[in-house]
Ligand binder design. Structure first.
Ligand code: NDP
Ligand code: OXD
Length: 313
């Protein structure tokens, strides 16, 4: 039994964590010399082409992130279960990001940052309250539900949108293409936590932005995308910011990562760019959850978080 760690990130902290959590499990990386016939598990993030071939004893592929789109298009993907990360650590980080950026919009913090730089003392004496602001979360999965709960605790008026109908305590939900219009029409801050699939690719486009609410207390709709860059059409985002269809955007993910130096998003006055860090998979928490799953699997118990390959997430 061997674990192969195939990632575009620095593998060292991962190898170290896996080894210390499960000393009996040999851990290798693609450049090592090892017997491919002994590899039962792969822990992967964007594995290089060929890294997953010729592993006849492979039992499970663990994605090192919650998203699995980095594996979906992989040529010759071995026919074994793919398991995504579900950890409180990652979920909490994402909710922090979403709550932070919703609060920055609620509290008009960019304006006060600009005022500070210009030494202007000017007060909005009747700012909106959280309950005046309608947040719409696309994706009511592990991340979307946690963010929704935390935003609701802050007082925001939250709704969610998913592929299939979901009844979740504490906030309203909409589903499918037929529920999308009503969902968008009640949304001042659109938070995208969708997976990237053939169905969701490019969904964040002008047609969708034009259907967002225009009667809210923030003076126009805002976009927060922490799902995947392939969900958004960046040309549309820039054009919609420039013509007022969108009032602002916070983007953690991009069509091309790293974001190219010549992207207009970098310096756009109404865009906040973060480098795909809204919810990093920490080696400690992620390796811990994978090791737990390996132990369960070895004990004959079912794996948790198995990806449905037909849905793509
Ligand atoms: P889940 O699989 O738990 O939830 C996905 C949600 O998206 C579900 O509610 C699902 O609907 C919905 N969905 C999927 N396809 C569609 C569709 N076509 N139309 C409407 N809704 C759809 O995923 P997580 O919440 O754990 O993660 C979501 C994504 O967040 C990941 O796939 C990843 O891309 C991204 N992510 C980004 C990170 C970052 O650092 N930027 C970190 C971690 C994750 P249904 O409920 O009906 O199945
Ligand atoms: C993830 C990510 O999918 O970090 O977990 O993007």
């Amino acid at each position: 039994m061997t674990l192969l760690v195939a990632t575009t990130w620095d593998p060292e902290p991962w190898v170290e964590r896996f080894q210390s959590l499960m000393p009996e499990l040999p851990v290798v990386i693609p450049g090592d010399i090892f017997d491919r016939r002994r590899v039962s598990y792969v822990a992967a993030w964007g594995p290089k082409s060929g890294a997953l071939s010729g592993l006849p004893a492979l039992e499970v592929i663990f994605s090192l992130g919650a998203g699995v789109d980095h594996l979906m298009g992989y040529p010759d993907l071995p026919p074994v279960p793919i398991v995504r990360v579900m950890s409180d650590d990652l979920t909490t980080r994402m909710s922090e990001y979403v709550v932070l950026h919703c609060l920055l919009y609620l509290r008009d913090q960019r304006r006060y940052d600009a005022q500070q730089r210009a030494k202007i003392w000017e007060q909005d004496r009747s700012p909106p309250r959280a309950s005046d602001v309608r947040v719409g979360i696309m994706g009511v999965g592990v991340l979307g539900q946690d963010a929704a709960r935390k935003l609701s605790m802050m007082g925001f008026d939250v709704a969610g949108w998913s592929r299939t109908p979901r009844a979740v305590d504490g906030f309203e939900t909409f589903a499918g293409r037929e529920g999308l219009d009503a969902f968008l029409a009640r949304t001042d801050i659109l938070v995208c936590l969708l997976p990237l699939t053939p169905e969701t690719r490019g969904i964040l486009n002008r047609t969708l932005f034009e259907r967002l609410a225009r009667d809210g207390r923030l003076g126009g709709p805002f976009l927060i995308n922490a799902g995947r860059g392939g969900l958004q059409i960046e040309q549309d985002i820039v054009a919609c910011l420039d013509d007022g269809t969108l009032k602002g955007a916070t983007l953690d993910v991009f069509e091309t990562e790293p974001l190219p130096e010549d992207s207009p998003l970098w310096l756009h006055p109404r865009v906040t760019v973060t480098p795909h860090v809204s919810a990093v998979s920490s080696p400690d928490a992620t390796a811990r959850s994978i090791v737990e799953q390996i132990r369960r699997h070895e004990a004959g118990e079912p794996l948790e978080g198995v990806v449905d390959l037909a849905r793509g997430y």
